[in-house]
Design a protein around this ligand. Sequence first.
Ligand SMILES: Cc1ncc(COP(=O)(O)O)c(C=O)c1O
Length: 459
Amino acid sequence: MENKYEVVKALLKEQLLSSAIKPGEKLPSIRAATELWSCSKNTAIRAYQELEKEHLIYSVPKSGYYAVLRTSPSKQTAADWIDFSSASPDADVMPYKDFQHCLNRAIELYEDHLFSYSDPQGFFTLRRALEGHLANSQIFAPPSQICVVSGAQQALHVLASMPFPNGKAAVLVEQPSFQGMLRSLDLLGVTTLGIERTMDGIDLDELERHFRNNHIKFFYTVPRFHNPLGASYTQEQKMRIAKLAEKYDVYIVEDDYLADMDPDEKADPIYSYDQAGKVVYVKSFSKIMLPGLRLASVVLPTSLMETFRLFKASSDSSTAALSQAALELYLNCGMYDHHASLVRDRYRLRMQQLAECSKHLLPPQIDFRIGVGGIFARMSIPEEIDLHDLITSLYQQQVRVTSTEHNYLRTFRRENGLRISIIQTDSAKIEKGIQIVANTIEGLLEQKHTSRLQVIDWI
Ligand SMILES: Cc1ncc(COP(=O)(O)O)c(C=O)c1O
């Protein structure tokens, strides 16, 4: 190595990779580094900048440099199980250490402000950070239009319960749809109508009929990486939904719970096509970060903000201040974007692996279309298979799956299906798990076939 900065960089890198410098730990200050390695200030700065470019460390303004790398071993307890059912982020990709650092810094910076009630709409400084963050996804809104909430679930519950300026009362949902929203609508006794959604989208003429003929307050949609389908709308479909909302004075509640996982940078949300202030945009931070923080943001048209604020404040007074302050630091120091790209790449590879294994291993009767990202895919199961038998048999072989039956309204025709989540898996588990699913389905189909032949024989 010719340059001194390369020597310093190599020494530090070795310490980071061997965990001699632990994740989240502060690195020596520039001044300390010059003394430690008998080098100039410029050499130390260059070495740190190079390590930052490799995402091994990150800088916190006015504080210094910190180690990013996570080296904790995967949880051994669940090693024998293949979990295709979980919606909670993989513990191995959760940014505990980095966030722990942000929590500590938040306490130092905000002191006692963190331990009293605060603005129900959220810290102004966090909303300002969110303004910049959301602008990267074509959501342009000032802090006055942004509300920080205790998870997307709270936003959905509040929106389902509050009156809207269009004076209408029913809610239209995709079928299937996110179970948490269906539960809120059910508990609140809201009249709920359904419209079928498939991997190709919805019938937009039917959507128009609903908007025209029914008393729809809002249409709840998960345009990107739908839960449980994993499907996304095309730009054209999103544009047309925004137009219909304007034409018929129906609001759209756009749940973008996996916004940062989209490899397609041009996939803009419905909100970006809204010319008439009809779209409410909800973005959760649970799937990229830590669901236990209970943090999400909502962008509301001005006409809805006052009522939303009132209903939200009545349910929690204010969102946890410590979580808010830590998220603000996490966004501002660039850690969020770095972590999001790491999670996006990891989950995308798993979805690719799922698509490849399924193509080779599943029997032809199984309809299993997989999106290009996200975390979920819906496997259609032939009606002749009893879903309960399938799930029980898989469980006995240590494979967990979830039925999609709770993703439907009671009044809507339910399709026999499983939601497959890759969030708690890895490449080996995906391959092994899909092989077990394939064998079990084939076994159950074979049983049905044999018992049918026996009946025919007997007749
Ligand atoms: C589509 C969808 N929306 C919202 C949520 C809830 O997110 P949060 O943890 O922010 O309440 C989930 C959780 O899985 C989800 O799948």
